[in-house]
Design a protein around this ligand. Structure first.
Ligand code: HPA
Length: 231
């Protein structure tokens, strides 16, 4: 048992899906896994282990933002010997060409978070996805009839930013979308020599103000979870 995860050693699989919302973890476990059991209820940040097509897999809620995700990811990698982490989440598009429902595979995570300045006071670390997970996720998505968009995403510490144009410079430099966790996930995976990938569906659009309906979010989320499980 670790501080925030109430599982015994061996109760968590080597491969873990990481939705931000613990109820999404429950939904993935209930819809896709067999022989499932819940190993964590601390803070209602549910975690489940089960089987998908004969492979053992876990699904753990991470909460929102780099600090929350970092607590769970640190403990998964350091205390439960997890080797693969796949974040499944939503994002806000900052590119005209990327619309609601599109799927993004994050090759890297830019950020204004101070977390990596604390780790690397003399430079800027570039958190990147695992190439083999990224390549496999792309192939799996294409086989499912989905053409994912691959690129840099921005992990924000502020969902509500005082500056309405805060994302424009990032968009100009090719960043695809805003979310809140990837930079932290990729950095920690590198530290512990694990593989990580973020898969996102676009739930809102910062240029048009458009938002996915609850029903769209549900369907798209499950499609994305399927790509992650097939990995
Ligand atoms: N900003 C940050 N995180 C997000 C957003 C956003 O607009 N949409 C979904 N996650």
């Amino acid at each position: 048992m670790s501080l925030h995860i109430g599982a015994a050693k061996g109760e968590i699989a080597k491969r873990v899906l990481l939705p931000g919302d613990p109820l999404r973890a429950k939904a993935i476990a209930e819809n896709f896994l067999s022989d499932t059991h819940c190993y964590n209820k601390i803070r209602n940040m549910f975690g489940y282990t089960g089987s998908y097509k004969g492979e053992r897999v876990s699904v753990q809620g991470s909460g929102m933002g780099i600090p929350s995700l970092s607590i769970y990811v640190n403990e998964l990698l350091n205390e439960y010997d997890v080797k693969q982490l796949i974040r499944v989440g939503t994002c806000g598009s900052i590119q005209q060409s990327i619309g609601i429902g599109d799927i993004i595979l994050a090759i890297s995570g830019s950020t204004h978070s101070n977390t990596n300045n604390l780790r690397f006071p003399n430079g800027n670390y570039a958190p990147a996805a695992d190439f083999f997970l990224l390549r496999s996720a792309y192939d799996i998505a294409v086989n499912m009839g989905i053409e994912p968009i691959i690129g840099n995403v921005f992990s924000s510490d502020l969902f509500y930013n005082d500056d309405p144009g805060h994302w424009e410079k990032w968009a100009e430099y090719g960043v695809l979308a805003l979310e809140m966790e990837t930079s932290g996930l990729y950095t920690l995976a590198a530290k512990y020599h694990a593989q990580a990938l973020t898969i996102l569906t676009v739930s809102d659009h910062l240029l048009s103000g458009e938002q996915a309906t609850a029903e769209m979010r549900e369907t798209q989320f499950m499609e994305m979870a399927k790509i992650a499980l097939e990995l």
